[in-house]
Design a protein around this ligand. Structure first.
Ligand SMILES: [Ca+2]
Ligand SMILES: [Ca+2]
Length: 197
């Protein structure tokens, strides 16, 4: 009997030691997993922080870009315009500027639009580029905005005369602000029109 009890005690001791060992192994394994998960979470947080920083930088750049290119378009008649009265440039550069500002060079639709604009133009700083040109074919006046024949072209008397190869139109220094064809690399102020009506 005593021998049996001793065997049982030995078995129980062996069993407990084995179970404790298993539990310890599992705990060690779980601890290892937790450390790995924590490391992963740490690296994810770092990655998220990095993305956040990049987004903030991108937003700053976008705002700087917006400030540098956006111009306050003013409503005149039924459309929105930006009239450049400080910097004059050639027709190509003016067209490019209007695109930068989110619009296009003035595309005259009718006499009503032309008349509405005139009171806002500075006679002392006249010569404003519009989008009309005959660069593709001499004498065929196309709107750069639509790529189609210009709808309304209030030419100055005796214009267009294509003197020396004039292919770009601008409003002239005349209180009526009629159109004249000029060399595209001549300098003038310009009028941008917004795409938003
Ligand atoms: Ca011409
Ligand atoms: Ca001319």
């Amino acid at each position: 009997m005593l021998e049996h009890i001793g065997t049982m005690q030995q078995y129980s001791k062996t069993c407990n030691t084995s179970q404790v060992g298993n539990i310890q192994d599992r705990l060690n394994h779980l601890e290892g997993q937790m450390v790995t998960q924590q490391e992963k979470a740490g690296s994810c947080l770092t990655a998220i922080e990095e993305i956040k920083c990049n987004l903030v930088d991108q937003e700053k750049l976008i705002n700087i870009h917006k400030k540098s290119v956006s111009k306050p378009f003013q409503k005149i008649g039924s459309n929105y315009y930006y009239i450049e009265k400080n910097t004059h440039m050639n027709w190509f550069a003016a067209a490019h500027k209007c695109t930068d500002y989110g619009g296009h060079l003035l595309s005259l639709d009718n006499e009503e639009e032309w008349s509405a604009l005139k009171p806002h133009l500075d006679f002392s700083k006249s010569f404003y580029w519009v989008d009309i040109n005959d660069l593709a074919k001499e004498g065929q006046y196309i709107s750069l905005t639509t790529g189609r024949p210009a709808q309304y072209i209030p030419w100055k008397p005796n214009e267009p005369n294509n003197v020396g190869g004039e292919h770009c139109a601008r409003l002239e220094n005349n209180k009526q602000f009629p159109l004249n064809d000029l060399r595209c690399y001549d300098m003038a102020f310009f009028i941008c029109e917004s795409f938003n009506k």
